[in-house]
Ligand binder design. Sequence first.
Ligand SMILES: [Zn+2]
Length: 339
Amino acid sequence: MKEKLEQIKKKAVREIQNSDGLTKLNDVRVAFLGKKGELTAVLKGMKDVLPEERPVVGQLVNETRESIERLIEETKARLEAAERELKLQQEVIDVTLPARKNRVGHRHPNTIALEEVERIFVGMGYEVVEGPEVEYDYYNFEALNIPANHPAKDEQDTFYINDKIVLRTQTSPVQVREMEKGKLPIRMIAPGRVFRSDEVDATHSPSFHQIEGLVVDKHITFADLKGTLAEFARQLFGEGTKVKFRPHHFPFTEPSAEVDVTCFKCGGKGCRFCKGSGWIEILGCGMVHPRVLKMSGIDPEEYSGFAFGVGLERIALLKYEIDDMRLLYENDDRFLQQF
Ligand SMILES: [Zn+2]
């Protein structure tokens, strides 16, 4: 019996030492110590041992078992350490590699210009209001005093969804929607995307942005309009900027005017930028037509107001001296990075 145990132990030691992985080591454990293992088989043979020898043999079996178990545990720890070491070597991180830079985007020139305009008007107590880009013909034209046969409707070359719904050609319909709410006085700007079926060139695009302004209150006069736009021009283009109002015609305002500002490059002396005139055209404006007020349910005898509209792209192009509007829409990273 003693010899048999010695044999088993030797065999176990050999197999444990030959184990080159944790799986194989586990196989060895099962083969010797498991329910059907060799050592267990010896224990089952105890009944054949003489009763007086049993304690001695039992102790021998236990000792053998313990030494095999100890050897397995030691080997297991060694194999685990080796595997961990190998894994660490394979997953090595090269801290000397240059880091991949996270590209952070930044604001589009249109956005910068819009935020600048919003800042100026919010500073004067205006509210920023938005409206739908797909608009009823009524709000886009009719309620703005542009009847079905009015030439302005042709001029603008509108995208029609159907005969009652259009892609808005201006942000003025937002003003009508605001007036219809009946909450007076109104002091608002409406920035947003507008659509006209223009061919793309250096100064035209089928989709661009407008910022319209509207003030309706008692005793609003052309002097208020002029003072407001002069202040706007000074804040946008610089302290010395002057404004000039030229008579014009818009269906929704009466009287109407186009506004020029003194060239911020030459201060009005005339240069290449302002084509020698010293002035740069910037926006259209006027006193809200009494008929427009009436159609929105406001009594023109009691209330009056002014409105203006400026192209956002125009401001961005002027401010950043960009000579081709298409650059604003191409989203070429090399261009956008400059602002
Ligand atoms: Zn100039």
